[in-house]
Design a binder for this molecule. Structure first.
Ligand code: MN
Length: 265
């Protein structure tokens, strides 16, 4: 990472929980502590689990909610696309996505609309940070934890520039702000073993299915995002959009080398 250039910040705030989500207000207040020029463009409805999906089969509508606040009837990716190319006046210098209600750890990153919004900005050349607040179902969300610790962390991240195609995924632990143990820079872990599937019968006698709670492993290696959050640390993970497994390239190239040779004849 290198030192970033100085200049006025223009922050775009989005999320996947929707325009009415409490975490969006939290993130907007975090953004306002970093910059005066803050724009909010978020989905009309909850898009959690939308991943990096684009709406291609129907038109999209932009609804102006108030000054510099817009709702889009699409996915987080749609929001970022429209915000950067149509809504925000002038170039965006930083995209913040969240604060998601619930952590985005391990494989969650591949389902997350919160992280996907940061991916879309990264694809379009805008530095992006995804922010999530861990919580437990049925318990109040400790928004103050993200609200207290995020500004300092974001300022430090903004002071450097990270490589092309890389976004930052930050998770805050399910602890009160004063009980947070510190910051860990982590790698993406792995926890999913399956999903609890709920099967019921609809009023017409047909079965339907509802994807329920994540079934997950309970122990994780040191150095992962999962281990950091479980032990009360803030987790910062650099996520690379290039999904290539570079160590496999040599092996696979060698394996298919002969095929390429014979193609020439
Ligand atoms: Mn969400």
């Amino acid at each position: 990472m290198t030192e970033a250039g100085e200049g006025p910040l223009r922050i775009l705030v989005t999320n996947d929980d929707g325009i009415h989500a409490p975490g969006l207000k939290v993130l907007e207040s975090i953004a306002r502590r970093l910059a005066e020029d803050v724009w909010v463009v978020a989905p009309e409805t909850n898009q959690s689990g939308a991943s990096h999906s684009l709406t291609l089969s129907r038109p999209l509508r932009i609804r102006r909610v108030s000054k510099r606040h817009f709702a889009v009837d699409g996915t987080p990716t749609d929001c970022v696309l429209l915000a950067l190319q149509r809504i925000v006046e002038g170039p965006v210098t930083l995209l913040l996505s969240g604060v998601n209600q619930g952590s985005n750890l391990g494989e969650d990153v591949t389902y997350s609309g919160t992280v996907a919004a940061a991916m879309e900005a990264t694809v379009l050349g805008v530095p992006a940070i995804a922010i999530s607040q861990a919580c437990r179902n049925g318990h109040p969300v400790k928004w103050r934890t993200a609200e207290t610790h995020a500004p300092g962390i974001l300022r430090r991240l903004w002071a450097v520039s990270w490589p092309e195609g890389v976004l930052i995924n930050i998770n805050f632990p399910d602890r009160l702000a004063q009980s947070v143990r510190g910051v860990r820079v982590t790698r993406q872990g792995k926890h999913k073993v399956g999903d609890a599937l709920v099967e019921r019968i609809d009023p017409r006698g047909q079965p339907y299915y509802w994807i329920g709670a994540l079934r997950r492993e309970e122990e994780w290696p040191e150095g992962t995002d999962l281990a950091a959050i479980a032990s009360g640390y803030i987790s910062i993970t650099p996520v690379h959009l290039d999904l290539t497994h570079h160590q496999s390239l040599t092996f696979l190239r060698k394996m298919f080398q002969d095929d390429t040779e014979s193609d020439r004849h």
